[in-house]
Design a binder for this molecule. Sequence first.
Ligand SMILES: [Zn+2]
Length: 395
Amino acid sequence: MATSVENVERETDKVMHKLQELSKHREQTLSDLIQQIENYQQDLSMLTSPENELTEIQRDLLLDNVIKKCRNTLNQFSAEHRDIHSSVSRVGKAIDKNFISDYICIGNENLFEEGDNSATFNKVIVEHFLRQGKSDIAERLIQEAKLDIDTKAKVPYIKMNKILDALKGRNLEPALEWAKTHREELLKNNSNFEFKLHRLQFIELLRGGMKNQLQLIMYSRTYFTQFADKYSSEIQVLMGSLMYLKSGLEHSPYAYLLDPNNWTEICNMFTKEACSLLEVSVESPLSVTFNAGCIALPALINIKQAIQQRHVQGVWSSRDELPIEIDVSRKCHYHSIFACPILRQQSSDNNPPMKLQCGHVISRDALNKLTNGSKLKCPYCPVEQNPADARLIYF
Ligand SMILES: [Zn+2]
């Protein structure tokens, strides 16, 4: 993927470079031409004075000359423009060459026809839109796909997005209210969100300068006392900044307090805290799946082609298992996987891991194979036991 992007980028860079060169050259040529036309005008006005009468023929000659030059320049420009065309079309060819647009071969058409897969998928999409604050789209999808979604499930997302929208508009009030309501839960999570909100509110007051002096002092008295033990050094910094209220904070050692990134940070922080209280992940399952798919797809297309070319279609039969290991980066790791040490296969819903009485874990298929009547000898320790005592393990 990375190299594909680089390949296309190389071609676009070439076009950009050519365009820049061209516009530089064009400006020069045009200003030369304008100069020539001005010279001609000057010549005309000088030569038409009574003592220096210009003949019709002379005037036509001069004019012809200028028109010819204009025409030449125009032809030159359109030739150069044609040349750019070929470079632009090379970008298109590079895109076609480097990116596979035909993904039909890896799709599973029947997947959404099975059971309630289709409805489940629609619900995942609805949840994604709700998280993103696009409740109107979500509502429409619920209606059109006739989904059964509990209104209770929607309310927290709608609330969350309202607060987030306010934060994006630099209004801290709804978030402060939310933090106050959920103070206990936030503290349980060891969150400093409420303090960060008050800190930002204080910084916003600082922006106002001297006219906010009294308000700033009142604010710190009202709100910072409760945080004094935990955030004393940060509160000291905020108090110290008051010394520069008159001369302007932007030219003081405290100028960093005014960093607009504070707002981006508080938005991200709120999303994280709110999702954690709602017990949902920050990223929607749909975007995680999509991103993991983007990483895995090129490798899967390659392996599928290799399997087809070598006529070994039977190799990749299991739907729950990939024929090769794909690294989707640490970000996409959510749970451990178990590979049976006996069958050397990854466990699945049909063949889950089983813990034997002795503590060793093997897959259920392996357990069934090793069972002899009502007896099982652990392949590792080897304690003899009843296979019915083995317990299913959930990751
Ligand atoms: Zn054992």
